[in-house]
Design a binder for this molecule. Structure first.
Ligand code: UTP
Length: 273
């Protein structure tokens, strides 16, 4: 059983400057709900209740969001506006949140290693909250991956087919299809140029990782951009057949980019009508 979900949220969100000078990227809302809350709700939908958050400087708003604001509660008590808080109240009452800080931004792999004290020696999920996923009323992406983990008991990455011209934005996998939409990964490359890309199967911001990943990250040298890339560490697991790639069911929006953010806003607005 997977109980814990790690959220690496220490990045600077430079593509959203100046908005992200003081507001964490993960707190930008799609309609009225911050990206981070969508992520936590997806983890809850997958049966997880322990949220382990790797933060950085100027991310305090995330901690405040998953806490009670007594002043607002007092102001709106007994009015219709209480309805706006039903969702977040449920999240706060059902989950525990723990935090640790990544002092220097040394990459996603390093951020995950920073979360080790919050995770311990058990398999765990990772959500990058700026990848917003939706699968309507059916299982969310993480819930789909938890079911797969029960079968394969190894690390799992969520993938989708991207336009071949866009491989430079993603970790790209190659593997053998073992079931419909499920691959045993042989090779992975971080952000390849389209001409060097193995396939157009791109890793998105959902992972299930086995805890041996922490020792592997410790032994992994910085890769592309001088950062410790999670793709490089996963390659060590893949070399012994321990990584599955899963073409998830649902839609994903890259809310770390302005285009994806606007697309998600329009999508959720139309859904709410
Ligand atoms: P991104 O590179 O997409 O996020 O990292 P960013 O750096 O915040 O955004 P831009 O490119 O400057 O606009 C993917 C995820 O990994 C986290 C980020 O917070 C984001 O959720 N991350 C990345 C860390 O937590 N620590 C790091 O050192 C690097």
């Amino acid at each position: 059983m997977i109980r814990k979900c790690l959220f690496p949220v220490a990045g600077y969100g430079t593509r959203f400057l100046p908005a992200t000078k003081a507001v964490p990227k993960e707190m930008l809302p799609i309609l009225t709900k911050p990206l981070m809350q969508y992520g936590v709700e997806e983890a809850m939908n997958a049966g997880m209740s322990t949220m382990a958050i790797v933060t950085g400087r100027s991310k305090k708003a995330i901690e405040d969001h998953f806490d009670i604001n007594y002043e607002i509660e007092d102001q709106i008590k007994g009015t219709d506006k209480e309805n706006y808080l039903i969702g977040i109240r449920e999240v706060i009452s059902k989950c525990t949140f723990s935090y640790t800080r990544q002092i220097q931004m040394k990459g996603l792999g390093h951020a995950i290693l920073t979360g080790e004290p919050l995770i311990g020696n058990e398999p765990f999920a990772v959500i990058l909250a700026d990848d917003l996923c939706d699968n309507g009323s059916d299982d969310g992406v993480l819930a789909q991956m938890v079911k797969l983990y029960d079968k394969y008991k190894c690390s799992i990455v969520a993938i989708e087919e991207v336009n071949p011209s866009e491989t430079k934005k993603y970790g790209i996998i190659d593997g053998t299809q073992i079931e419909d939409g499920i691959y045993r990964v042989h090779n992975m490359v971080e952000k390849p140029n389209p001409k060097d890309a193995l396939t157009n199967l791109a890793i998105i911001g959902r992972y299930i990782l086995t805890p041996d990943i922490f020792d592997i990250i410790r032994d992994t040298k910085p890769g592309k951009g001088g950062e410790i890339q999670i793709t490089d560490t996963l390659m060590t697991q893949a070399s012994i057949g321990n990584v599955i790639a899963y073409k998830f069911k649902g839609k994903r929006f890259d809310c770390g980019s302005v285009d994806g953010f606007v697309e998600a806003t329009n999508y959720f607005y139309n859904q709410s009508k």
